[in-house]
Design a binder for this molecule. Structure first.
Ligand code: ADP
Ligand code: 5GP
Length: 203
């Protein structure tokens, strides 16, 4: 049984940087590629970071109940397709979802066993710095993201874990530890392994 790992963060906190590093170093993780109506940014490519679709196509998927969760964030739709859990299960991988606080709330209700991690920037000044250095957003969008950050950070206590991304290496080690601890929890994730050990005791 796959673990489901939900990761949220105010935009610019370094979530993609951390998640990409996690995916590059752990072959047992499957990233959930969301659907979105926003336009691709920077080097983003359809089917890699997101599946970029029109509002009409997104609304059609909502009507056909194809989303595990969906939300409107900064004026665009974002959603997680139902198929991701079956894929994780079929491939024997744990599923990582990069979703906002509204989506995290919906998923936790649907999958109570999911683990959720909130990534924080060390301060507002550093968040602004990172958003500016990333050079992907206009001044207006950056202001919108900063205002959004305050509301999102206020929801941190709904999450199981909090990682402050000050030093990248430290934050990465903490995130990796959470994933490892999740796999060792008494529950469906470890059941198969224990059953195989028990088999060896049978005559
Ligand atoms: P998010 O996915 O949360 O929007 P990104 O991963 O795109 O954020 O990171 C925003 C910017 O901050 C990027 O330019 C990234 O290289 C930089 N960054 C990420 N983590 C750190 C860190 N710990 N210290 C300094 N800069 C960082
Ligand atoms: P960005 O446009 O910066 O890539 O993402 C904006 C926000 O949308 C981020 O907080 C990100 O976590 C969130 N997001 C991305 N995919 C999904 C999704 O499938 N569902 C929900 N609810 N939020 C998502």
């Amino acid at each position: 049984m796959s673990s489901v790992i939900i990761i949220s963060a105010p935009s610019g906190s370094g979530k993609s940087t951390l998640v990409n590093r996690l995916l590059a170093t752990d072959g047992n993780l499957l990233f959930s590629i969301s659907y979105t109506t926003r336009a691709p940014r920077g080097q983003e490519q359809n089917g890699q970071q997101y599946n970029f679709i029109t509002r009409e196509a997104f609304e059609d998927l909502i009507r056909r109940d194809q989303f595990l969760e969906w939300a409107e964030v900064f004026g665009n739709y974002y959603g997680t397709h139902r198929g991701i859990l079956e894929r994780g299960q079929a491939e024997g991988k744990d599923v990582v979802l990069d979703i906002d606080v509204q989506g995290a709330r919906q998923l936790k209700e649907r999958i109570p066993g999911a683990v959720s991690v909130f990534i924080l920037p060390p301060s507002k000044a550093e968040l602004l710095n990172r958003l500016r250095n990333r050079s992907e957003d206009s001044g207006e969008t950056i202001n919108k993201r900063l205002r959004g950050a305050v509301a999102e950070i206020g929801d941190y206590c709904r999450y199981d874990y909090v990682v402050v991304n000050e030093q990248l290496d430290t934050a990465f080690d903490q995130l990796r530890s959470i994933v490892q601890a999740e796999r060792l929890k008494t529950g469906p994730g470890i059941r198969d392994r224990v059953e195989r050990i028990l088999e060896t005791f049978k005559e």
